[in-house]
Design a protein around this ligand. Structure first.
Ligand code: TRP
Length: 322
């Protein structure tokens, strides 16, 4: 077992993203990738255990039940790259199945260093594995992993947890096409997608009774306070989950409870909020089973197989690069 990490090459430009997002004349927004600092990553880990939020458990159930079958459909030898590994808990099933067949190099790609550390700690006991973590944005990390590829070796890319749903549909298609562009024919992508379900189930999943999701969302403002010296009063903002029927997604917002002014010295900006005005922080798009294969085909893959959970509508889709 070998574990090491390749640290980030450039700091993300948090300050300029915050300034750009909060000075828009239309809907104010903050990029969702900034939700995952140390506190945010820990809170999301808690969300994944909440009874209302079945998504992560469905993903994990499918991977646990079908790991051998999934791995058997992937041509080898392979190296595994995971985009957004999180804690790595659900990846264990796939890696154990693969490691029974071959020594496996596993390359988690994560912008959250704490998630990367958690994931390396979680998986380092697997026999015949070597782990090299990349603290990178997804596509930058995947490009580097692809450069490590040995002759005759296929890549098996994991994009789990329905993170694809955090893109809108056209951007999701573009992202898949960019992944395909980095891959070679015969390489595989395992894509986790949350499926359409009733509004009431979705609203509970994204606005739980305990308020963990609210804390997770509000933590973004706490982060702006800590890192950019801002004076957001967290009690004056409220988490809100809303269904967008047209876009078939859940949107997460932070609603200003009153008219207020916030200064953010580290981003060199003062922002005014009207009462009821929102900061949009995330969207989670839900898919139909057929739509996933159509999108995959457009992006240059074929749909090799799909596995669907029977408790919480969620699909693992094995896509193979054409
Ligand atoms: N991206 C995950 C999802 O769409 C994470 C998530 C769960 C999330 N609850 C949230 C993101 C609330 C922002 C706010 O399911």
């Amino acid at each position: 077992m070998l574990v090491h990490a390749i640290p980030a090459n450039a700091a993300h430009d948090f300050a300029s993203d915050v300034r750009a997002g909060l000075t828009r004349s239309a809907q104010k927004e903050l990029p969702s990738k900034y939700l995952y600092d140390d506190v945010g990553s820990a809170l999301f880990e808690v969300i994944s255990h909440l009874p209302e939020y079945g998504l992560t458990r469905a993903d994990e159930r499918l991977l646990r039940r079908h790991a051998d079958e999934i791995v058997n459909r992937v041509a080898g030898p392979v190296a595994v790259a995971e985009l957004g590994s999180g804690s790595g808990r659900k990846t264990r099933w796939l890696l154990e199945a693969l490691c029974r067949r071959q020594r496996t190099s596993y390359y988690p790609v994560e912008i959250s260093r704490s998630a990367l550390t958690m994931c390396e700690r979680e998986l380092s006991d697997i026999d015949s594995i070597s782990i090299v973590g990349f603290e990178r944005e997804y596509l930058d990390g995947l490009l580097e992993v692809a450069a490590y590829r040995r002759p005759g070796q296929h890549l098996f890319v994991l994009f789990l947890g329905s993170t694809i749903g955090n893109f809108d549909r056209p951007a999701g298609l573009r992202f898949l096409a960019e992944v395909r562009w980095i891959l070679q024919p015969g390489d595989a992508l395992l894509l986790g997608t949350d499926l359409e379900k009733s509004s009431s189930v979705l609203l509970r999943a994204y606005d739980d009774e305990l308020g963990v999701t609210a804390a997770f969302n509000l933590n973004l403002l706490a982060r702006v306070n800590h890192e950019l010296g801002a004076n957001f009063d967290l009690a004056q903002f409220e988490h809100s989950a809303r269904i967008n029927h047209e876009a078939r997604c859940v949107e997460m917002h932070l609603v200003s409870r009153r008219k207020q002014v916030v200064s953010i010295p580290g981003a060199n900006v003062v922002v005014e909020f009207q009462e009821g005005e929102t900061i949009w922080t995330e969207a989670s798009h839900k898919y139909s089973v057929g739509e996933i294969c159509r999108t995959a085909t457009e992006a240059g893959f074929h749909c090799e197989a799909q596995w669907i959970d029977d408790e919480w509508p969620f699909a693992e889709n094995l896509l193979v690069a054409e």
